[in-house]
Design a protein around this ligand. Sequence first.
Ligand SMILES: *Cc1c(COP(=O)(O)O)cnc(C)c1O
Length: 432
Amino acid sequence: MNSPDADDALAGDPEVAAILASELERQRSTVQLIASENFTSRAVLAATASVLTNKYSEGYPGRRYYGGNVFADEVESLARERARTLFGAAHANVQPHAGASANLAAYLALVEPGDTILAMRLDQGGHLTHGSPVSITGKSYRFVSYGVTPAADDGSGERIDFDQLRDLARTERPRLLVAGTTAYSRVIDPRPFREIADEVGALFMFDAAHPAGLIAGGAHPSPVGIADVVTLTTHKTLRGPRGGAILCGEEHARAVDAAVFPGLQGGPLEHVIAAKAVAFGEAARPEFARYAAQVVGNAAALAASLADEGFRLVSGGTENHQVLVDLRAFDPELTGKEAQEVLDRAGITCNRNQIPDDPRSPFVTSGLRLGTPAETTAGMGEDEMRAVGALLARVLRGRSDERVVAQVRSEVTELCARFDPYPASERASAVR
Ligand SMILES: *Cc1c(COP(=O)(O)O)cnc(C)c1O
């Protein structure tokens, strides 16, 4: 799809070609509501599939351990320059293989093993790399966790609990304060974190894995220049290839670079770095600001339609690209696990998610997390989001009736045919 040559070559491996063709068809014919996913441009796909995958480039531009790095240097310098310009950062490291690697590198750069870090608890909306006991982060540092305020009937609750955060910062004296969430539907203002970090003499890291694209597009406040270090993923709202990046001021640049390589990683993925350069370039265009605003508008429309259908929304609604749904008010028997499975059969792809203080386990859950970045890229607007909300409610209500599931599946197919992220007419070949 992205490159005719690659398609021809893959024709020689029909097994893999068939799997990729099926995956393309799945992405085109079902609604993608996973909040951390997106559809990249063909340019991003083309760079990811390029011959830079052949090159070893340990080190940084101008300081490589191997020869033959003229063009790897050029592409990585370009990616760094575009990232700095896009986010207004003094320094950018574009080598982290993923958001998790970016976070690990930031910890390695800023604190020592065993040091205290204050971050959001996983079951309150935080990420595994914010100190979960099953993650190396939780094994290597002493994490203390903050959460959100209790739910309130008027929708004013379930916000980051800054009173608790300040109290914990004063009693635990962390070396590092971490902001950033994976299941949280509100704007995160970096300033109160900075104030608290300054009061207790801690450093401040903002994990922008989810809102990076909203920040780049001007829809959310930027933590750059406020946080000491900002980590991000390039594949979520930012709509680039799967990967990570780190932004910081000059004072942390050497420590961050040394932490990524040789501290944590070996050779960088220069083909992915080329694709990151493409994505940073795309995100700097005016269309991307319109996209970011539409992602937020679409999430608000989806949230409103779900509230009309009788769902309770965690925090009462959304200000970003995601909606966290509490299924219990809609149907006390319905778990996140069952809802995800029914929706999958109806062609609506999303993930079960714990809600704050969820009585059910992370495998079962009482919630669903929905997101609008991918389908907004495919061209859906607020009308379509309301239609998706109604389809979702209809199939969950009628989940024991196979005819309802089949009817919704067919309406989903019709909807997706009108909003194809990779129209066949634009594809170079039918193989992928
Ligand atoms: C997604 C995410 C990450 C990790 O990104 P990966 O690329 O999956 O490793 C880190 N932090 C937060 C808050 C995230 O949402």
